[in-house]
Write a protein that binds this ligand. Structure first.
Ligand code: F6R
Length: 608
């Protein structure tokens, strides 16, 4: 999704903007650009393609100046090309703007502006904004921006500069994320914190409906309505180094390997030796968990797949119905969410537009909203009454891995805490599960030991047209995530389904050599899944199984077995996903794809 940066201070803006944009690359983009004001002129450099192309442009024609804005664009309105890339300038060349999100009423606004004689260069919705700001300008940029956004509808963040007021930048946030960073005589703006961490740790998260007025001396925040906001910046304590590759060839591989540490971190201080759980940020009123009648889970993509595990785990532990729906479906399906229920919205970024909307809908309908998210201060965390942070650290690769695992751990912690409160989990069982949870980091490290074998199997999968992932119960939930990982970075057609569903149609597609990956860890479903496996074997499928290391049976049916350490079946998703993440990684690597930034995808989907 688009990334925004801004800088005012003593340094040459070009360097700061490009280095901050690099840290936003993970969000996914198809073009990039910067604008810098110098000596009363605005200079823009922008280009379709990766940041390297912008770098080349800047090398040929550098831009001097110490106030600037920058952008990585992920196309929504208008194809990715040089003209549609941001920043956009008005006809006078005196106003320049970058924008993340969507202006929903841009067509009527554009028609109105065209009638007034404005000329447009691009097909973007963004360009209307810069024309509006220029039209509304009467000597004070913040007032012009306020009036301009009063005419626009949508979910966005925007950053504007004018050559008439050097050294000043104005930004506004309506839903899409925006942070301000404070340095010594310099001020930064960005879509998220890692972008500016090399420069400052003093950060203020801009809230929905707020505007910021920035100079080198700092920033003032006010609501769009004009009320001054007095909020102190926070000190970021995590390390910028965690957002670097640390010698791994790709962020995705680094993040896969970080999982043992992430599991440990997510459990740290929360799991007591007797199995009781202390979750800071989750503070349900007395009797709430005991009286709970239903839980809703909502999320998108990988977070939804973590929710599938959470659904089964919570339902089994709490003995109440747990319903899960994609956030983009839930928000429009007029759901019967009642007061007294709990809605768990899961989102790595905490900024996914649909997940935010579904969470807000649940809150409006009287449900208590609990956020399971990785980003401290994210919009979701602020919308929710309760927040459980996953502590996975910044996840840079577009394909989510460690954040998924951390979400699973979050779901187990919630299940344990609520189960104890509801007395559906007794203390001995809780202590047993706590012991198993604590053993997971070491087991995850062992599961990573299969990397080299998986690389060999990946070589045999490359080049096939279709691949299927099957499993039952929690194994099915893991199959969905394994399949998504493969398709998003290998671009191969991949489908996941419950093993029992195969014979209701998909079996027709299994022919000689079709690869089928089966996840096989749930003892109570083992025989049933083996039957499904035999069905595909009989049609010539090449079977890769993920099974426990002590499973003596599976090798009779599978062509390759990826073995994981044994754990409680309930917890197996944390381990069984690891070989599937590695499989996806190695297939994509063989194919030579851009693993960390797959085509067409964005890390954070902040538009609908
Ligand atoms: C896939 C992936 C996406 C995200 C989805 C939700 O690897 O990363 O499917 O899981 O876009 O994002 P968050 O969790 O930020 O709400």
């Amino acid at each position: 999704m688009c990334g925004i940066v801004g800088y005012v201070g003593p340094r040459q803006a070009q360097e700061v903007l490009i280095s901050s944009l690099r840290r936003l690359e993970y969000r996914g983009y198809d073009s990039a650009g910067i604008a810098i004001t110098d000596n009363g002129r605005i200079e823009v450099r922008k280009s379709a393609g990766k940041l390297q192309r912008l770098d080349d442009l800047l090398e040929a024609r550098p831009v001097a100046g110490t106030t600037g804005i920058g952008h990585t664009r992920w196309a929504t309105h208008g194809v990715p090309n040089d003209v549609n890339a941001h920043p956009h300038v008005d006809a006078s060349g005196e106003f320049v703007l970058v924008h993340n999100g969507i202006i929903e009423n841009f067509l009527p606004l554009k028609e109105e502006l065209l009638e007034e004689g404005h000329e447009f260069q691009s097909d973007t919705d963004t360009e209307v904004l810069v024309h509006l700001v220029a039209d509304e300008y009467e000597g004070d940029l913040i007032e012009a921006v306020r009036r301009a956004i009063g005419r626009a509808r949508g979910a966005y963040a925007l950053v504007v500069m004018t050559s008439r007021e050097p050294g000043r930048i104005v930004a506004a946030r309506m839903v899409s994320p925006l942070v301000v960073g404070f340095g010594d005589g310099e001020t930064f703006l960005a879509s998220d914190i890692p972008a500016i961490l090399p420069y400052t740790r003093s950060v203020l998260v801009v809230s929905d409906g707020e505007m910021v007025d920035i100079t080198a001396d700092g920033a003032t925040v006010q609501t769009i309505g004009g009320e001054i906001v007095d909020r102190a910046p926070m000190e970021v304590t995590w390390d910028a180094g965690r957002a670097e590759k640390d010698g791994y060839p790709h962020f995705m591989l680094k993040e896969i390997y970080e999982q043992p540490g992430v599991i440990e971190e997510t459990l740290r201080g929360r799991l007591q030796p007797d199995g009781s759980v202390v979750l800071e940020g989750v503070d349900l009123p007395d009797g709430f968990a005991a009286g709970l009648e239903k839980i809703w889970i909502t999320a998108c993509g990988t977070a939804y797949h973590a929710g599938l595990v959470g659904r089964d785990v919570l339902e089994k532990t709490l003995r109440i119905p747990v319903e899960i729906d994609y956030a983009h479906e839930l928000r429009y399906r007029d759901p019967l969410i009642r007061p007294g229920t709990l809605t768990i919205a899961i989102s790595q970024s905490g900024e996914t537009a649909d997940t935010l909307a579904a969470g807000r809908l649940a809150s409006r309908l009287g449900s208590r909203l609990l956020a399971l998210t990785n980003v401290v201060g994210s919009t979701l965390s602020r919308d929710a009454t309760d927040v459980l942070y996953t502590r996975a650290g910044p996840e840079i690769a577009v394909a989510s891995t460690k954040a998924y695992t951390a979400m699973l751990i979050g779901a187990y912690l919630l299940a344990l805490q609520f189960g104890l409160e509801r007395r559906t989990v007794g203390s001995p069982r809780a202590a047993e599960l706590a012991g198993e949870l604590r053993a997971l980091p070491e087991k995850a490290t062992r599961a990573l030991g299969m990397d080299a074998d998986i690389a060999k199997i990946a070589g045999r999968i490359v080049g096939v047209d279709d691949i299927y992932f099957i499993g039952r119960g929690l194994d099915y939930a893991v199959a969905t995530e394994g399949s998504l990982k493969l398709k998003e970075i290998s671009y191969m057609h991949s489908e996941a389904m419950p093993a029992g569903e195969l014979k209701h149609g998909t079996l027709a597609l299994i022919t000689e050599g079709t690869p089928v990956v089966v996840v096989l860890t749930q003892s109570h479903l083992y025989d049933k899944t083996i039957s499904g496996l035999q069905e595909v074997k009989a049609r010539g499928a090449k079977v890769v199984a993920v099974a426990y290391e002590d499973d003596a049976e599976v090798a009779k049916y599978a062509d390759h077995v990826l073995r994981i350490p044994r754990t409680a079946d309930f917890l197996s998703p944390v381990l069984s996903i690891i070989p599937l993440q590695l499989l996806a990684y190695h297939v994509a690597k063989e194919l030579g794809h851009d693993i960390d930034m797959p085509r067409n995808l964005a890390k954070s989907v902040t538009v609908e």
